[in-house]
Design a protein around this ligand. Structure first.
Ligand code: CO8
Length: 258
């Protein structure tokens, strides 16, 4: 379908979703969030797609939730409509891998959206922040929860309480992003990473995503048991036989998602 606030391009096995509200630095409004969820669900349903890249522009991944939209709302509005709650649940329910390619500003809801992806590749110009405190509010989509688990309490408090921005180097040192590349190389790197993931068995990919995410939602003991059982269950797949046989026979595996 035609979108107005995002651009979707599918090439080979990778769906590239680009946030596209340049005049508002890709601020997240209701239309963008609805379209993003729709595009992700389409990627989920499209057998050709094996990995998604979510990106913005060179200047901004997303500068936050749309402040102009929010400025007109009161408590009853945001509470009644559960502002961005269903959308964030929908994003987190996508089982295919999603890589965030972040350049420029990833602030507030933008930083939180990047953290909802499976991992973040940043350009050397990326700036992360939770500056909601400057607007008299606080993070509402994971900036006080996921960020704290990713970078620890001290830095998360610092970011949320001061509203300061964290550059790409600090974000990599702190564990917020998996790698940093020069801005001109960002999309090339993201595509090459996505293509590498797309080569793997989709069954295994989805099992890994589920298992790593489980570690945030349960105790270590339960998480380890979950991981072990999922590991055991992968021995019911043809891709396990193929992957191990290929290693023994010194050849590349031919995965068939079975
Ligand atoms: N919302 C709406 N419009 C925005 C936003 C935004 N978050 N950010 C930038 N824009 C607009 C500007 O208003 C401006 O529009 P116009 O040209 O019409 O005036 C245009 O984008 C360009 O912005 P600037 O001129 O400000 O560009 P600069 O390069 O000077 O500055 C900054 C870039 C530093 C990124 C600056 O724009 C800024 O500080 N933006 C706001 C950042 C911010 O506070 N983000 C947090 C928003 S609150 C939030 O995200 C809450 C998420 C939780 C939702 C909870 C649901 C449960």
């Amino acid at each position: 379908m035609a979108y107005e606030t995002i651009i979707v391009e599918i090439e080979d096995h990778v769906a590239l979703i680009k946030l596209n509200r340049p005049d508002a630095l890709n601020a997240l409004n209701a239309q963008l969030m609805t379209e993003l969820c729709k595009a992700l669900k389409e990627a989920q349903a499209n057998d050709k797609v094996r990995c998604v890249i979510l990106t913005g522009s060179e200047k901004a991944f997303a500068a936050g939730a749309d402040i102009k939209m929010m400025s007109e709302k009161g408590f009853v509005d945001v509470f009644s409509e559960d502002l961005f709650g269903p959308e964030s649940d929908a994003i987190m329910s996508i089982r295919k891998p999603i890589v965030a390619a972040v350049s420029g500003y990833a602030l507030g809801g933008g930083c939180e959206l990047a953290m909802m992806c499976d991992f973040i590749i940043a350009s050397d110009t990326a700036k992360f922040g939770q500056p909601e405190i400057n607007l008299g509010v606080m993070a509402g989509l994971g900036g006080s929860q996921r960020l704290t688990r990713f970078i620890g309490k001290s830095k998360a408090m610092d970011m949320n309480l001061t509203g300061r921005f964290m550059d790409a180097d600090e974000a990599e040192r702190s564990g917020l992003v998996s790698r940093v590349v020069p801005v001109k190389k960002l999309m090339e790197e993201a595509r090459s990473v996505a293509e590498k993931i797309a080569e793997k068995s989709m069954i295994t990919t989805m099992a890994i995503k589920e298992s790593v995410n489980r570690s945030y939602e349960t105790t270590l003991r339960e998480g380890l048991l979950f991981e072990r059982r999922v590991f055991h269950s992968l021995f019911a797949t043809e891709d396990q036989s193929e992957g191990m046989a290929a290693f023994v026979e010194k050849r590349e595996p031919q995965f068939r998602d079975k």
